[in-house]
Design a protein around this ligand. Structure first.
Ligand code: HEC
Length: 196
């Protein structure tokens, strides 16, 4: 009995000592300034992998409970989403009619090109990221300033218009309701796999 008690006490003391040493090492690392926080060089691949893996896991755990409006992919929603994209997102995520802004070129990690044809952009997942943002990256939380409707609209735009041409982009963003609908209307449906 006595033997076990001493043993447990030793294990406990060792664990506490280890934690103290680890904590002290962490503080020493932080205050040493050894870690380079500059955004001008790419992240170390291990840090990049850890950050991105944490993001993906968090996204899949938290997203998906918000229900998209029934008319998500209506032309009206897509057009409003295009305008919001142009005003608030293109600077970091790019647009087909201009080079990436100085802000977009300067952030680290870089923002993905949301309008490239190879993207999936599942609306329920993208809604969550746009609403809540991504901590420790330049991706802002738009839920602080925008209603859910506006966020669904921009999610609809980036889903429906992956691979959009320069001309169609200009038409959706700047076109008036008449010429816009005539020129851009096309049947849009969400594939079942992209619903959540
Ligand atoms: C100041 C720069 C900046 C602005 C402005 C910005 N984003 Fe982002 N966004 C980022 C960065 C950086 C990431 C990548 C985060 C990461 O690495 O996890 C990102 C990630 C995303 C993602 C996740 C993509 C994925 O593959 O999971 C979506 C969706 C997104 N942004 C949408 C938007 C929308 C829509 C807007 C405008 C309403 C917007 N962003 C505005 C910088 C920005």
């Amino acid at each position: 009995m006595m033997f076990f008690r001493t043993r447990i006490a030793t294990v406990f003391a060792t664990v506490v000592a280890l934690l103290v040493v680890l904590g002290a090492a962490g503080l020493a690392f932080m205050y040493s300034g050894v870690y380079d926080v500059s955004a001008s060089a790419r992240d170390n691949p291990i840090v990049a992998k850890l950050l991105h893996g944490t993001y993906e896991a968090s996204l899949h755990r938290h997203a998906g409970s918000d229900v998209a409006p029934g008319d998500l992919l209506s032309l009206e929603n897509i057009r409003s989403g295009a305008r919001m994209y142009d005003a608030s997102c293109a600077l970091c995520h790019g647009a087909p009619d201009r080079p990436l802004s100085a802000v977009g070129q300067g952030i680290q990690p870089a923002a993905p090109s949301l309008l490239s044809a190879s993207r999936r952009n599942k609306p329920a997942l993208m809604f969550w990221t746009i609403k809540h943002g991504v901590n420790m990256t330049a991706m802002p939380s738009f839920g602080k300033t925008q209603p859910d409707d506006a966020i669904w609209q921009v999610a609809a735009f980036i889903y429906a218009e992956r691979g959009i041409s320069k001309d169609k982009y200009a038409l959706l963003v700047h076109g008036n309701a008449q010429t816009g609908s005539a020129a851009v209307s096309s049947q849009r449906q969400m594939s079942a796999a992209d619903k959540n």
